[in-house]
Design a protein around this ligand. Sequence first.
Ligand SMILES: NC(=O)C1=CN([C@@H]2O[C@H](COP(=O)(O)OP(=O)(O)OC[C@H]3O[C@@H](n4cnc5c(N)ncnc54)[C@H](OP(=O)(O)O)[C@@H]3O)[C@@H](O)[C@H]2O)C=CC1
Ligand SMILES: CC(=O)N[C@@H](CCC(=O)OP(=O)(O)O)C(=O)O
Length: 337
Amino acid sequence: MYNVSIIGASGYTGAQLVQLVQQHPELVLKGTYVSSNSADAHKSIGELHGNLAHVDATLLPINDEVLETLANSVDFIFLATPHEASHDWMPILTSGSAKVLDLSGAFRLKDTQVFEDFYGFPHLQKDSLEQAVYGLAEWYCSDIQPAKIIAVPGCYPTASLTALKPLCENQLLDKAVRPVINAVSGVSGAGRKANLTTSFFEVSLHAYGVLGHRHTPEIEAYLGTPVIFTPHLGNFKRGILATITVKVKPGIKQVQLDEVYKAAYADKPIVRLRNSFPKIDDVAHTPFVDLHWKLDEASGYAVITSAIDNVMKGAASQAIQCVNIMTKQPVETGLVL
Ligand SMILES: NC(=O)C1=CN([C@@H]2O[C@H](COP(=O)(O)OP(=O)(O)OC[C@H]3O[C@@H](n4cnc5c(N)ncnc54)[C@H](OP(=O)(O)O)[C@@H]3O)[C@@H](O)[C@H]2O)C=CC1
Ligand SMILES: CC(=O)N[C@@H](CCC(=O)OP(=O)(O)O)C(=O)O
C-alpha cells in the first residue's frame, strides 16, 4: 500500500483525486490540504463536495512545517494547486523520499523564457524543472516510471497530443501545414473559484486565449511541430472536445491512418478508438480518451476528434495513471472498474 496526500484538495481536480484515491486498491489517503488562510480550512471535504460526504477527510491548512513533514512521511504528494504554489513548494516537497505529481503547469515547459512569457512569472526552480517528467501516460511511460517529479499535462494538451502524436511520430503530416486544433471545454476547466466569466448567467460558447493560450507552447513542445490552437469555453460542466484538422503527406490513405492509431494504442486501455465521432457524454466522469478520425484522400485533409473529461484524464486520473506506472501496476488500476 502507498500513502498519499493531496494539496489543493478542495478544488475540482483535488476533490476528484480524493475520490480516485479512495477507490484505488493500493492507495491510502493520509492528508488533504488547502492554503494557509483558506476559508475552507478545517471543513470536511464532504461539506464542499457532496459526492464525497462519506469520506472522512478534513481540509487542513498547509504551512512550511507541514510541507517539510510531508516530504518524508508519504509516498506520493499530489499538488492540485495554482502554478505559483507548485513552483514555490517543489524543492521542499522533493527534499525527502516522497514523489510529487504536480497538476499545475509549473513544470511542463523546459524553456524558462517561454514559461515566463506565458505564465507571467520567472521560473526559479531550475533543479526541479530538470528533474520533472511530462506525465502523458501513454507516451512517456519509461520516463515516468523512475521519476521523482511528474508534471501532469494540461487538459487541452492531453486531448490534442493523444490525437496528434500517432500521426507526427509516424511522419504522416505535411510539415507545411500546421495542425489546427479547435477545442471546447466545460467550465470546470477554469477551477472552482467564483468568477464572472464562468458564472451560470454569463457562460455561453466563445473562443478565448486566441493565438496566445499557454497550452500552445506545451502542445508544440511535446509534438515537435507548431500548431494553431483555439480553446473555447462551453456552457457545460465537464469535458473537452477537440476537433483537429491536419494535412497529411500526398498519397496517404485512410487505411494508413487507421493502422497508425491502432498500433499506437494497441495496448493502451485508456485510449478508445471509436467507430464514430465521440461525444463528451461518452467520456464525462471517466478516465478515457476517445478518438475518431476521417481522411479526405483527394485533398489530404483529415479531421480527428478527441474527447476527454478535463478533470479526469485532463488532470486527476492521468495523475493516478502515472502513480500506477511508478508503482508498476496496470495503468488502469483503480480507474477502470
Ligand atoms: N480544472 C481542470 O480541468 C484542470 C486544472 N489543472 C490545474 O490543476 C490545478 C488545480 O486546478 P483546479 O482544481 O481546477 O483549481 P481550483 O481553483 O478548483 O482549486 C485550487 C485548489 O488550490 C487551493 N489553493 C488556492 N490558492 C492556493 C495557494 N496560494 N496555495 C495553496 N493552495 C491554494 C485551493 O484552496 P484554497 O484557495 O481554499 O486554499 C483549492 O484547493 C491548477 O494548477 C490548474 O491549472 C490542470 C488540468 C485541468
Ligand atoms: C476552461 C478553462 O479555463 N480551462 C483552463 C485550462 C485548465 C488546465 O488544463 O489547466 P492548466 O494548464 O492550467 O493546468 C484554461 O484555459 O486556463
